[in-house]
Write a protein that binds this ligand. Sequence first.
Ligand code: NAD
Ligand code: UDP
Ligand code: UDP
Length: 343
Amino acid sequence: SGSYSSVYNKPVVGKAGRVPVGIGRRRKRVVVTGGAGFVGSHLVDKLIGRGDEVIVIDNFFTGRKDNLVHLFSNPMFELIRHDVVEPILLEVDQIYHLACPASPVHYKYNPVKTIKTNVMGTLNMLGLAKRVGARFLLTSTSEVYGDPLQHPQKETYWGNVNPIGERSCYDEGKRTAETLAMDYHRGAGVEVRIARIFNTYGPRMCLDDGRVVSNFVAQAIRKQPMTVYGDGQQTRSFQYVSDLVDGLVALMEGEHIGPFNLGNPGEFTMLELSEVVKETIDPTATIEFKPNTADDPHMRKPDISKAKDLLNWEPKISLRDGLPLMVGDFRKRILNEDEGKGA
Ligand code: NAD
Ligand code: UDP
Ligand code: UDP
């Protein structure tokens, strides 16, 4: 028929060796490492929702099958228990590389494993990207700026990082991962994308991962005092997870390598955060002060003009609008936990 060109009828085999689906757009096959975790599982939902075929690689260090169980019967979804420190062979179009413990409690638990995950894990995923011609996105972190001497932080800032401290396994690990990505790009022509993610919160965060938003929310629900570390004057900027996921996809699909800051510029002291949690969950909630951890950054706030200009992205959900969206999920899981204990 003359209604569409014969080009579309030809089974054009893509780089990943598969035949296109439908007319025009070939279904993408996407790997999400760390896809059983907090951010990863929300990203997988978005990719599946738009019709991609998704393979999750996860060793379940901090991730949970529960985060993905709603996809188990979906033929477009596949879950592989695998540690990214070991090589793996797959045929894919895109790799979102998230595998890495993200909360300080988890990444300090086995610091050498954290470095291996960041260095060897990233190397393996870049080797895979090189072999099959896939595009590779690294989820780096605002921690590459360390305890920043520039405020807010722009992508051009090189950071103030302690190389031998308790956080180094994570922040130096991610800095090395960024270096590897750029070297595979320059040396082997791999298409890479780098996101520097600022503190993110939402449903499916680990209940006891020690991060401040999950701690305060769980504490307020359990009627325990919220633990404020140090004097509570240190600042962070908190981004709702759906904003981050939109940013990651915009970055992957766009033409710019980055690095790009992905975060919400709204800046709060920990005492201000405790007030918002109090207003949202329980007006009678109390706080208690605890000693702060080593090398804790005093302030953090992204300059997101680069992502606004080049990715046409900016966060839409404020802290006051986002917090209530995670409370239902936290209440349900805390209730289940209590029932599990026979309480
Ligand atoms: P998370 O701990 O919920 O998820 C990490 C996932 O990676 C888990 O499912 C875990 O089991 C898996 N994993 C860890 N080591 C692995 C290994 N060696 N092999 C295979 N899987 C492994 O954390 P998250 O908050 O979802 O973070 C996801 C990514 O985003 C991380 O790379 C993190 O560094 C980055 N990031 C997150 C934030 C944030 O605020 N959430 C901020 C900056 C950067
Ligand atoms: N790798 C992998 N899957 C692949 C291709 C490579 O896990 O499909 C791993 C490989 O085992 C190696 C790393 O990625 O440890 C880097 O691969 P590359 O080919 O860049 O380097 P080389 O193998 O030459 O050292
Ligand atoms: N924090 C806090 N109470 C808690 C957990 C953390 O006051 O129960 C503080 C912590 O000292 C830091 C900030 O909250 O200043 C953010 O900590 P988090 O571990 O969430 O993330 P990161 O330090 O990686 O930004």
